[in-house]
Design a protein around this ligand. Structure first.
Ligand SMILES: *[C@@H]1O[C@H](CO)[C@@H](O)[C@H](O)[C@H]1NC(C)=O
Ligand SMILES: *[C@@H]1O[C@H](CO)[C@@H](O)[C@H](O)[C@H]1NC(C)=O
Ligand SMILES: *[C@@H]1O[C@H](CO)[C@@H](O)[C@H](O)[C@H]1NC(C)=O
Ligand SMILES: *[C@@H]1O[C@H](CO)[C@@H](O)[C@H](O)[C@H]1NC(C)=O
Length: 361
């Protein structure tokens, strides 16, 4: 009951379409493997539900203890309980509405609407061209000096074989900055400066990947192990967009890794490669905020909507049967969007699997 329900806002904001891009079939074996894994994972649903609800409750408690200044202080029913009693002469009882209804109607409507389908195995999608196989720092705050809207990521990891949260697996994340650049890759290949986005086909909308030319940059990249509750939390900024791609955050999950002296890590076995997304309605609102409004392609190609994502990545991220939800569940951190957002998501991964990025596109 603590945070404004963003879904409600999105109803107002959204001009989203549920139309999905044409599906690229995988080979039959890949589809079968994925389908079997997902079927095996369905029984996790109740575990996922209480897992995410528990995290949201813990966050609300922290906020109440003064951790984050809050909307909830203004609008929680407790805050106004005494006032309502006074107005009603103490006659107000539970379930009874205050005659004018105004105070109670400010209370956010739904608190824990959990993504029930998130219990299925998170599908593997391409890691894309901007991963650095070495040098991602082990840290929770990946923002460095990048300007943008505060975004906290609350990423839960559940083992689809046991339905239990997976502690101590390394969650590696990387994303573009507010105007759509990846650290280390500021400019196109010299011979491709005038390249236009590909028209038609699988890669429609995409440019060739920018090469890594600034080797020391690490902003908006980092990895952190899940805690004993199976959750890795990060502080970052909301990502910006670039040509051909829906707004997204990349992730990898390593059950095995070794910390290095210099603060980064050596990756061992890889058990998940995925991408997380945001509702188009919220993307749309943030597009207008500085510095997102400075995106160099704002007035030309603009942001790619989720349903138009190139390489079918948004669609593929829902899994072959569309049962996995790769979209962050967002809540406001304060009373207004500029105070930042927290995004919750739960991945179902197979901790004993070893992936080789065979979906690399
Ligand atoms: C959640 O999903 C599972 C598996 O599909 C289903 O059995 C269950 O009824 C769903 N629960 C709710 C509350 O929708
Ligand atoms: C740390 O060491 C790794 C592996 O040698 C290297 O790739 C990375 O760039 C180093 N990072 C820093 C900050 O020196
Ligand atoms: C994003 O990174 C690019 C490349 O380093 C930089 O030119 C741009 O100013 C950054 N965007 C913001 C909002 O700082
Ligand atoms: C997890 O991966 C292991 C090893 O590849 C495999 O044997 C098992 O069937 C997988 N389980 C699920 C539920 O996907």
């Amino acid at each position: 009951m603590w945070f404004p329900n963003l879904e409600y806002l999105l109803l107002v904001l959204a001009a989203t379409s549920s139309t999905l891009a044409h599906k690229e079939p995988k080979n039959a074996h890949e589809v079968e493997v994925q389908r079997a894994l997902q079927a095996a994972a369905y029984h996790c649903a109740p575990a996922i539900e209480s897992f995410t609800a528990g995290r949201k409750r813990a966050f609300a408690q922290r906020a109440l203890a003064g951790g984050v200044p809050g909307y909830q202080h203004l609008f929680s029913s407790e805050t106004y309980e005494d006032l309502v009693k006074q107005v009603d002469g103490g006659a107000s009882s539970e379930g009874e509405r205050h005659p004018d209804g105004s105070l109670m109607s400010c209370t956010p409507i739904s608190d824990t609407h959990i993504q029930n389908n998130s219990c299925v195995l998170a599908p593997e999608v391409t890691e894309g061209p901007y991963y650095h196989t070495e040098g991602h720092p082990l840290r929770q705050n990946i923002a460095e000096l990048q300007d943008g809207l505060l975004l906290l990521l609350d990423i839960g990891v559940i083992d689809v074989e046991t339905c239990k949260p997976l502690p101590n697996v390394l969650v590696d994340v990387w994303q573009a900055n507010a105007t759509g650049s990846y650290s280390g890759h500021p400019v196109p290949h010299p011979h491709l400066v005038n390249e236009g986005p590909q028209i038609g086909g699988k890669r429609s909308g995409l440019l060739s990947a920018y090469p890594r030319t600034v080797h020391e940059e690490t902003w908006l990249r980092g990895a952190w192990p899940t805690d004993r509750n199976g959750v890795a939390q990060f502080t970052t900024i909301f990502p910006g967009y670039y040509t051909g791609r829906a707004t997204h955050v990349h992730t990898k999950v390593f059950p095995e890794w070794v910390p290095l002296q210099n603060g980064s890590f050596k990756a061992g076995r890889l058990s998940h490669v995925g991408q997380f997304f945001f509702e188009d309605g919220i993307n749309l609102a943030i597009d207008n905020m500085h510095p997102y409004s400075e995106n160099p392609i704002r007035d030309t190609r603009g942001r790619t909507r989720n349903w138009r994502d190139s390489l079918n990545i948004f669609e593929d991220s829902h899994g072959p049967e569309g049962k996995y939800n790769p979209i962050f569940k967002l809540e406001f951190l304060g009373g207004v969007i500029r105070q930042g957002l927290v995004g919750y998501i739960t991945m179902g991964v197979n901790a004993s699997a070893t992936y080789d990025n065979f979906w690399k596109g």
